[in-house]
Design a protein around this ligand. Structure first.
Ligand code: Q46
Ligand code: ZN
Length: 317
């Protein structure tokens, strides 16, 4: 197959765009498409101060690379979750993020959950009801909170994540299968800023996962290839498989499913129960963040609980 732009040998065929490209033209196309998405979806403006949530994986490192090429002032943020599971997953993903930052002269801020809050994510999951032995719930809550706080404290205009179209389509399938209206309302490539919450954006939300992977590979970015060990039984992996099966039979179906939702959601009357809804009046008594119920926000009450249960017994007790 030949590159549509120059006629050289194509390295990728994007059937949903009816576009095959060589390595050089793909890299140029990928950066331009990211810029187009940022403008078309009004994610942020030229000159915005950007904080990139970096996991050490292909999507977030590719995003950081592209934004730097586009001239946005951007720093990276890595959250150390303390996930080991015999594979030193967190240590290795952090090493990939740090190595990337050093190679490109970029600034990576690291927040280590165990050092700052007294327990790793798997330890926290063992002792909270929220965890019930599985760390994903407490992990998601903690990452969202710490990323938001780091962005606010650092004075950033926007926090960006590397979610691609496969991630978004799988989330959409999960939200739709269970009719999670609040989550459907919040599922958007842009969540505007509001008091206590930084603006959040997903500049890669129109790319297929194989495209972000191709960018990382062709740029020689060294990223952690395996997924978090706790993602193995995640429903999102199952939904991705199902969607890829449909995509094989009907090229473009995955893209149509997600992009049609974005169009339809503008016509749907949501009741404001999701993250995009009105802000609650109540404030967390510990951190001051707006919260929907209770004296404390979910993050502060969860981690207070973790610290209380994790406290070593005093001698003689
Ligand atoms: S939530 Fe769960 Fe992820 Fe956290 S524990 Fe791993 S799989 S990293 S997206
Ligand atoms: Zn709080």
């Amino acid at each position: 197959m030949k590159c549509r732009k120059c006629g050289r040998k194509a390295v990728i065929n994007m059937r949903q765009h009816k576009l095959a490209l060589c390595a050089q033209d793909f890299l140029t196309w990928f950066v331009k498409q990211t810029e187009r998405t940022i403008h078309r979806d009004a994610l942020f403006e030229q000159g915005s101060n950007v904080l990139v949530a970096v996991s050490g994986g292909k999507d977030s490192l590719a995003l950081w690379h592209v934004l730097q090429q586009l001239g946005y002032p951007c720093n990276g943020l890595y959250i150390g979750l303390g996930i080991d599971d015999g594979s030193a997953y967190s240590d290795r993903s952090r090493a990939c993020a740090q190595q990337f930052a050093d190679q490109h002269g970029m600034n990576l801020k690291v927040v280590d959950v165990a050092a700052s809050h007294g327990a790793t994510i798997p330890e926290a999951a063992q002792v909270t009801r929220r965890g019930a032995g599985k760390p994903c719930s407490v992990c998601g809550l903690t990452r969202r909170y710490l990323m938001n706080r780091a962005a606010l404290e650092g004075g950033y205009d926007v926090l960006v994540t590397g979610h691609n179209l496969d991630d978004e389509a799988a989330t959409l399938m999960g939200n739709t299968m269970n009719w999670l209206v609040g989550y459907l309302e919040s599922q958007a490539p842009l969540l505007p800023e509001k008091p206590g919450f930084v603006r959040k954006a997903k500049p890669f939300h129109r790319f297929y996962e194989r495209e972000t992977a191709a960018y990382a590979l062709l740029r020689g970015i060294d990223y952690i290839q395996e997924e978090c060990p706790y993602s193995a039984d995640a429903k999102s992996i199952y939904y991705k498989k199902v969607l890829n099966q449909i995509e094989t039979d009907r090229p473009g179906a995955k893209q149509a499913f997600y992009l049609s939702f974005l169009q339809a959601r503008d016509q749907i009357q949501f009741t404001g129960s999701g993250e995009r809804g009105p802000l609650p009046d109540a404030r967390c008594s510990t951190c001051g963040q707006p919260t929907r119920g209770g004296r404390q926000c979910a993050f502060c009450s969860t981690w207070q609980n973790v610290r209380a249960r994790n406290k070593p017994l005093e001698p003689g007790r």
